[in-house]
Design a binder for this molecule. Structure first.
Ligand SMILES: *[C@@H]1O[C@H](CO)[C@@H](O)[C@H](O)[C@H]1NC(C)=O
Ligand SMILES: *[C@@H]1O[C@H](CO)[C@@H](O)[C@H](O)[C@H]1NC(C)=O
Ligand SMILES: *[C@@H]1O[C@H](CO)[C@@H](O)[C@H](O)[C@H]1NC(C)=O
Length: 274
């Protein structure tokens, strides 16, 4: 696996933009658009939170340059979405080198992904918007480590007025390929391809200490400070959660979304090109 394999797919690759019919209903279902801008196939997966409605799919293949729209996401859905990569079927079992959910199939069927994996987390309608409206809460998280660059962009019912609510409905992402700068003590390496780094553990995942995981005596925001390792993740992806109490700079809300666009390998941030 060469270092360049996360370079985004050619701009000539097909990129379908679906025009949504505006539903108008207050609690209309959401549409999630998935787009793969990586040069390799990504297998997105979804896991719903306990007690929440299911997501319409739990896993599918998305070739380089491809898009897929998932309609009918219930307005109260909560859960996580992540990408799996370097997947193959061997001995009748489907498995992935990162984000694998262990079902032996493309569908995760209620199983979570094995960390480390970059997560896009959602609680639709989980916050209070203005004027009695409900807002969605969303973030990109490297708390359990990183595997693929991901961007989450809200899609709005109407084009926002210039200057209106600039802090809301923002795009958030982890655009950098942290695998390239992953310290060896955090690196997950491929069994083949010269042991290329396929994912990067968080310090909590790698060392499991209360201090790194913000547990026990370190279980409150004032007791759990960023570590040397979480700072490395934060420098690469400033909008993404780098440790458990990284809420201030990593939680986003939107009251006006009709859906969300999730892009794997989005345009890389200038800061991450080193
Ligand atoms: C939302 O999805 C549910 C389940 O698929 C469906 O029963 C319902 O009619 C949908 N609602 C809207 C407003 O599309
Ligand atoms: C977006 O949501 C906010 C908060 O609920 C509301 O004040 C505003 O009118 C909404 N804007 C649009 C374009 O729907
Ligand atoms: C895909 O990656 C290229 C190169 O970084 C970038 O120019 C383009 O904007 C990306 N496309 C999307 C949809 O993020």
């Amino acid at each position: 696996m060469a270092m360049g394999d996360f370079l985004p797919a050619s701009t000539a690759a097909a990129f379908f933009v679906l025009l949504l019919g505006v539903n108008g209903a207050a609690a209309a279902n959401f549409t999630f658009h998935f787009h793969n801008n990586c040069s390799e196939t990504v297998w997105p997966a979804a896991l719903s939170s306990a007690g929440r409605p299911p997501f319409p799919t739990t896993g599918f293949a998305l070739p380089p340059g491809a898009s897929l729209s998932v309609a009918g996401v219930t307005a109260t859905w909560s859960g996580r979405v992540w990408g799996r990569h370097r997947c193959a079927t061997g001995g009748g079992r489907f498995s992935c080198e990162s984000g694998d959910c262990g079902t032996g199939q493309v569908a995760c069927n209620g199983a979570g992904g094995a960390p480390p994996a970059t997560l896009a987390e959602f609680t639709l309608g989980g916050g209070a918007g203005g004027g009695g409206a409900l807002s969605d809460i969303y973030d990109v998280s490297n708390v359990d480590g990183f595997n693929l660059p991901v961007e989450v962009r809200p899609e709005l019912l109407e084009q926002r007025q210039e200057g209106a609510a600039p802090a809301l409905c923002r795009t958030t992402s982890c655009p950098a390929d942290i695998n390239r700068v992953c310290p060896s003590e955090l690196a997950v390496r491929a069994a083949d391809r010269g042991g290329a780094v396929v994912a990067c553990k968080s310090a909590c995942l790698a060392f499991g200490t209360d201090e790194q995981c913000c547990r026990g005596a370190y279980g409150t925001p004032d007791k759990c400070a960023p570590s040397e390792y979480s700072r490395l993740f934060k420098a690469q992806c400033p909008q993404a959660y780098s440790y458990a109490f990284d809420d201030r700079s990593s939680t986003f809300t939107c009251a006006n979304a009709t859906g969300y666009r999730i892009t794997f390998c989005p345009a890389a941030a200038a800061a991450a090109k080193n």
